[in-house]
Ligand binder design. Structure first.
Ligand SMILES: [Zn+2]
Length: 357
């Protein structure tokens, strides 16, 4: 599958600076939801007029052709515009809420949220003679590697001395761990979960270089056969950590605001900062949309309503201003954190930790 981060980054660069309702963003779970989408299509057609209606109809035809001609097995996000002869899509391994948005730029918020909520990680299940490595991305196991080695467990009477046997056994285990380490170094994610029975995982950990040790976010004691249970537990753990990250970020934001440090909050301040490329971490409240407008020509936006752009006197588009902030943030490689933390609503539903001031 495509890299979601790169995809979002690419899509966030696209906008139509001359016209309002150019891009169609369609999120759909294959097979289901057709009725919801058909209804949305009818609604959009009844509202759009002139060349915007014409562009919309043609864009929808192209999306239809694309869906018919490609072999799609997963939920999919499609972004298209007939006017720009543009169509791009990404298949997702997690379910999405169906939606259809017509706007002056692709609507990326659902994708950005998936990226935030389904962080990838590497799982290492290890004992003294068996190891399995899993790469989990967007909630799905994408890659597995199995390693094992015959390691003698019992000292036979009449063979070498007990001490010599122990030495040989330790050596064999060490060699096996080195093999696993080398395999792990090739695929390790920024987040690693280390699991397995007994002390093996701890010994293995000590063998790892510091950067990999630092990436270990949790150690789980579990039987070597409990693979299914382990995957379940790991996914849960990652999603809990993600929620915690959201709360921690809000706390950090508040601290920075209190000491008048590297932080902004509220739509206006955050917009300015994100357009200046100052934002290191953007915090957005989940499930909140804020009514606003944008002039794509001047790339100026704000909350509330405006009949004309105050700079060029041109037409403005009505938008969810949080989406616009998000698009600016993606273009400047800011990290995005969605949070359900209530405290953020008191600060205007959006805020940011800054790179500089
Ligand atoms: Zn303007």
């Amino acid at each position: 599958m495509q890299d979601l981060n790169e995809f979002i980054r690419e899509i966030s660069e696209i906008y139509d600076k001359d016209s309002n309702d150019t891009f169609v963003s369609l999120y759909i779970n294959r097979g289901s939801d057709k009725k919801i989408i058909d209804k949305r299509i009818q609604t959009c057609k009844s509202i759009l007029k002139g060349h915007e209606l014409d562009n919309f109809s043609k864009t929808m035809d192209e999306i239809d052709n694309f869906l018919r001609s490609s072999n799609i097995k997963h939920p999919i996000a499609i972004f298209a515009s007939h006017k720009y002869n543009f169509i791009n899509s990404i298949q997702l391994s997690v379910p999405i809420d169906s939606s259809l948005v017509v706007d002056s730029s692709p609507y990326i918020r659902p994708l950005a949220r998936i990226q935030d909520e389904w962080e990838s990680f590497t799982l290492v299940l290890i004992s003294t003679n068996y190891a399995k490595l899993f790469s989990v991305s967007l909630g799905k196991v994408e890659h597995t590697k199995k390693l094992s080695k015959d390691i003698m467990n019992k000292h036979k009477k009449g063979g070498c001395s007990q001490a010599r046997f122990n030495r040989l056994r330790r050596g064999a285990i060490h060699a096996f761990f080195v093999e696993v380490k080398e395999a792990l170094e090739k695929i390790a994610d920024e987040r690693i979960i280390l699991a397995g029975p007994g002390n093996a995982k701890q010994q293995f950990r000590e063998l790892l270089p510091k950067n990999l040790q630092d990436n270990i976010i949790e150690t789980i004691g579990i039987d070597i056969d409990d693979e299914k249970e382990l995957l379940k537990e790991s996914k849960y753990l990652i999603s809990e950590k993600e929620k915690q990250k959201g709360h921690d970020a809000v706390i950090k934001l508040k601290q920075e605001i209190l000491k008048d440090g590297l932080a902004v909050y509220g739509v206006q301040e955050t917009l300015n900062a994100v357009k200046n490329g100052q934002v290191d971490l953007l915090l957005i409240q989940k499930d909140i949309k804020l009514h606003g407008w944008i002039c794509e020509h001047c790339q100026v936006a704000n909350k509330g309503t405006a009949s004309k752009c105050p700079y060029c006197n041109g037409e403005v588009s009505e938008v969810d201003v949080l989406e616009e902030i998000l698009e600016f943030a993606k273009r400047t490689d800011a990290e995005i954190e969605f949070t359900s933390d209530e405290e953020l609503s008191n600060l205007g539903h959006v805020g940011a930790i800054l790179r500089f001031k």
